[in-house]
Structure formats: structure tokens, C-alpha cells
Design a protein. Structure first.
Length: 513
């Protein structure tokens, strides 16, 4: 019934980071049953807690109750228990209602149990039945908190109703989002609520349907809706959530209230946004952490959970601040790393873990690139023998788009392949079939990927043929400057500049700013 691992560390199961192991029973039915359960009039329940010390040493346990009526909520302290080795303690919650510690008119309570033991050493179960043992409900205890819960089937019809709850088990307020999915998941109904610590959102699905209660977008559930699934999301805490959940389904045929559990969601495969991260010397660049959500199979930005733990392996090359902003100090390569707490994916449990992702940092000389792109356009109205058709490709430096260059030329009847063979890194002459209006082709590229080369031009100007046949200059010396940059064209790395400035006119200077 319970998993126990003697090697489990408190920090793995202390999701609220209180330093104390905590168990919660979210839905204990009290003596006065909720009318939504549709028990026969006059039914009185006897709620009890059974708490067991599973170890050979004494253990202490403290109880807190967070009760609710149809219109009010409140909190009450429970008894302090001292359990001898292997002892089972019984707490009569109905007696607490009799003394007024919990109001007699209260219908439900969540129970929080804290203990000085390690995870799994003290266990608890709750039961609440009438004298005939026919009518009643149970609620399990769990220490699990999560940023997302995926719930199974709920039901509502003349013989069934479902009550669902989501609570804040953290130490600070949080924003909870609740979603009902129906029609095979194609439709949704959304609610949101800010919860204080230990506060719960309480959802009677049947009431939402019967009373046509609108969601946050004004949408109501169909009157004939009978089943669906649900989800809770913590909108405040992403890496390690603070939500607990519970669900009961009443079956009028047999008088049973069955408890149904949701599935906690966790993360795995944390990694950096950029690996390696490219930073020009004297500049800054941000990095962050993303991790794969086991439930959605999508990567989420969990960077906030890693703030304050960033470090650089070589601060003479790169320094990193609290938020993961990298400052390039000198040219070279190093690594940076960080650490943080995330909810790990699991099956019945989603323990917390402390991953430490790392990645490379490459510091290049400063970026200097200017390229004329907004005035380039395809002209097809020139005479056929001197027509030049251009198909543009994007040029980027360090993955940042900076402009466009020609990647396809046609002079008269000659195709692009005749001119450049479709290769980057070539500079060659391609004459027109007639007239020789355009005698050179200009290319951006290098002789080999990763080699030391620059952006070169074989002609001082780019010439264009407008409808009147007169050549027009659309690019002049200085329109394009490269200095020590990785250059990619069309998403393919073309190489690196040499450290000199190469202008469209062919002028070379060193150094260049």
C-alpha cells in the first residue's frame, strides 16, 4: 500500500522546503456529510484517522485541520501524538467536532500531518463511515506536491457526481489554474483562483453543469455532459510546484464514494537554451534552462528555478551573473553551469531533484556586419538577354538575422548552376549571353567550412538593369563589413572572417571597427 525507501532524503520529499516531512489527506468527509454526496437524510459519519509508526524508534506527529462548510472555511489545531515503536494511533475526528474544535456543521476537512521522522516512517489513512458501514468515504494521505496534476475520469449523471479539490501546500500564495476537458479533449472549461497556504479550490462538477456556472472566459459546460478529465496547474511555481489534489465520485446505486487520484507531472532532460553560447568579446548574452515535461512532452522554460546558482569555469573568459547573463571578457572557450530544484518525473511519486546542467561558451572577437538588404528586389522587366533574377537567402551572424544576399542568378538563358554550381564560397565570372551588361557575380562565402576566410567581392558595385536599360548602382563600397564573425548563409555555416575588414570595393584594413 505504501512505498518506503530507507535511502530517501528529506529534501527529495520536502516539496515545500520547510525542513519537516508533511503528509496531507485532502478530502476527509466529516460527521455532517456534504449534500452533494446524496446520502440518505439523517446519515451521520464517524471520521477517524489511523496513524502508524513503522519504525523501531519513537515518533512524534502533529495534526492540523482545514475545514469547510457550504459557505465558510477555517483552521483548527489537532492533537499532538507520541507514537511508540510500531504503534498505531487513533484520532477520533468526530469527537473533535463534538467539542467544537471543528464546527459541527462542517462537511469536509483536509488533514495535514507533520512528523519528526523521515519520509515513509509515519503513515496515515482516514475513514469516515456511518454505523451501517454502507455510506462513507475514505481519503488517502500523500506528501506529494506538484506544478501540474493530470486527473482521470470524473462522472456526473443521475447516479453519479464528482467533487474535485486542488490545494496550496506551499508556504506562500500561489495561483491555481483548473481545467475540465471533455468531448475527447477537444473542449475545455477553465477556472483560476489565488490560494493562500493550505487553502483549497473546491469544485462540484455536477453543480457547475446544473447551474450553468461560467468559467473565466464566460463559457458554460453542456447540460448533457456526463464525463471528462481534469488538470491542475500551478501558475506561480514552475520547477517545484506547491499543489496537492483530490477527487471523489459518488455512486448512488451502491452508496459508495470512491476516491480517485491524479498523476503528478515532473521534468527530465534539463538543458541550456544555447549550447554552446556565442558571445562577442565586450558584449553580453543571456542563457537559461529548459526541461521536458513528462505529461505534455514539451520543453518548459524553468530558468527561474536556477537563478543565483550560475558559475563560469573560467572567469577570465566569461563571467555569469545571478540571472544567467554571460559577459565576455576575452576571446576563448570555456563552460558555465548552474543548479536548481525541479520536480522529477515518476509513476506514483514525483520526487524533487537537483540537476546541474552545463554547456559551452565561445567568445569571439566583436561582431561588425552591415549588409544592404531593403533595397534589393527582383527585376524581371529587363531585355531577356540581360535579365537577372535573384532569389535571396538570409545571412546571419551568431544566429542573428542581418540581411540577404543573392543565391541564384540567371543571365539570359544561363541558369544559376551554370554560374556558380550551387556552391557557397566561390567567386567567378558569368557573362550574359548577349551584351555583356553583367560581367561578374558576387558571392558571400568561404572556401571551406570552419576555415579562415572572409566575405569577398569580385566587383566593386552591384549593378541592376531597370526597365529603361540604364545600369543602376544599388550597393556601394562600405555596404558590407565583416570582422571576425561566424557567417552562415541559408542556415549553413560558411566559415569565419579573417580578422580584417573587407569592403565591397575590395579595400582591406586592419584593424577595423
Amino acid at each position: 500500500m505504501f512505498d518506503y525507501d530507507p535511502n530517501t532524503k528529506l529534501e527529495e520529499r520536502d516539496h515545500a522546503k520547510t525542513g519537516i516531512w508533511t503528509l496531507r489527506g485532502p478530502m476527509l468527509a466529516l460527521s455532517n456529510p456534504d449534500p452533494a454526496l446524496a446520502f440518505p437524510p439523517g446519515t451521520t459519519l464517524h471520521p477517524r484517522l489511523f496513524i502508524r509508526n513503522t519504525t523501531s524508534k519513537p515518533a512524534n506527529a502533529a495534526l492540523r485541520f482545514y475545514w469547510r462548510t457550504a459557505s465558510t472555511t477555517g483552521a483548527a489545531a489537532g492533537p499532538l501524538l507520541h507514537l511508540n515503536p510500531y504503534e498505531i494511533g487513533l484520532v477520533d475526528v468526530a469527537a473533535l467536532q463534538g467539542t467544537g474544535a471543528i464546527p459541527k456543521e462542517a462537511n469536509w476537512t483536509s488533514v495535514t500531518l507533520t512528523t519528526n521522522g523521515l519520509p515513509g516512517e509515519v503513515l496515515a489513512v482516514a475513514a469516515s463511515y456511518d454505523d451501517t458501514l454502507r455510506y462513507g468515504a475514505q481519503t488517502p494521505f500523500s506528501d506529494q506536491l506538484s506544478f501540474r496534476w493530470e486527473g482521470g475520469k470524473w462522472q456526473y449523471d443521475p447516479y453519479h457526481d464528482s467533487i474535485i479539490t486542488g490545494g496550496n501546500g506551499g508556504t506562500k500564495p500561489t495561483r491555481l489554474a483548473f481545467t475540465i476537458f471533455y468531448n475527447q479533449g477537444t473542449q475545455r472549461y477553465d477556472l483560476e483562483q489565488t490560494l493562500q497556504p493550505d487553502e483549497q479550490m473546491w469544485i462540484d462538477v455536477g453543480k457547475l453543469i446544473r447551474e450553468h456556472v461560467p468559467d473565466k472566459n464566460g463559457k458554460t459546460l453542456p447540460a448533457d455532459l456526463t464525463s471528462g478529465s481534469y488538470e491542475f496547474r500551478d501558475l506561480t511555481n514552475i520547477g517545484v510546484g506547491s499543489l496537492f489534489e483530490g477527487k471523489v465520485i459518488y455512486d448512488k446505486t451502491y452508496g459508495h464514494v470512491a476516491y480517485g487520484c491524479g498523476t503528478c507531472c515532473g521534468y527530465y532532460q534539463p538543458k541550456f537554451f544555447y549550447d554552446p553560447l556565442l558571445v562577442p568579446v565586450g558584449s553580453t548574452a543571456g542563457n537559461g534552462v529548459t526541461a521536458l515535461d513528462q505529461c505534455t512532452q514539451k520543453y518548459d522554460d524553468v530558468s527561474t528555478e536556477f537563478y543565483g546558482n550560475w558559475s563560469s569555469a573560467n572567469t577570465a573568459i566569461v563571467t555569469v551573473d545571478y540571472y544567467g547573463t554571460h559577459s565576455a571578457v576575452s576571446v576563448g572557450s570555456t563552460t558555465s553551469s548552474t543548479s536548481g530544484w525541479l520536480t522529477h518525473y515518476g509513476h506514483t511519486l514525483c520526487p524533487d531533484w537537483n540537476p546541474r546542467p552545463s554547456g559551452g561558451d565561445n567568445v569571439n572577437p566583436p561582431d561588425h556586419l552591415k549588409i544592404l538588404s531593403d533595397s534589393l528586389q527582383a527585376i524581371s522587366s529587363c531585355p531577356a538577354t540581360v535579365r537577372r533574377l535573384i532569389k535571396y537567402q538570409e545571412v546571419s551572424v551568431n544566429n542573428a538575422p542581418v540581411g540577404t544576399v543573392q543565391s541564384k542568378e540567371q543571365f539570359g538563358s544561363k541558369s544559376a548552376n551554370t554560374c556558380n554550381n550551387g556552391n557557397l564560397g566561390t567567386s567567378e565570372t558569368c557573362s550574359a549571353d548577349a551584351g555583356g551588361v553583367f560581367t561578374d557575380i558576387l558571392f558571400v562565402g568561404c572556401n571551406s567550412v570552419g576555415g579562415s576566410c572572409g566575405v569577398t567581392f569580385t566587383k566593386q558595385q552591384w549593378l541592376w538593369c531597370p526597365p529603361n536599360g540604364a545600369a543602376v548602382v544599388i550597393a556601394t563600397p562600405g555596404d558590407l563589413i565583416i570582422h571576425n564573425n561566424e557567417v552562415s548563409v541559408g542556415g549553413n555555416t560558411a566559415g569565419f572572417a579573417t580578422g580584417t575588414c573587407i569592403y565591397a570595393s575590395g579595400t582591406v584594413s586592419n584593424p577595423c571597427i
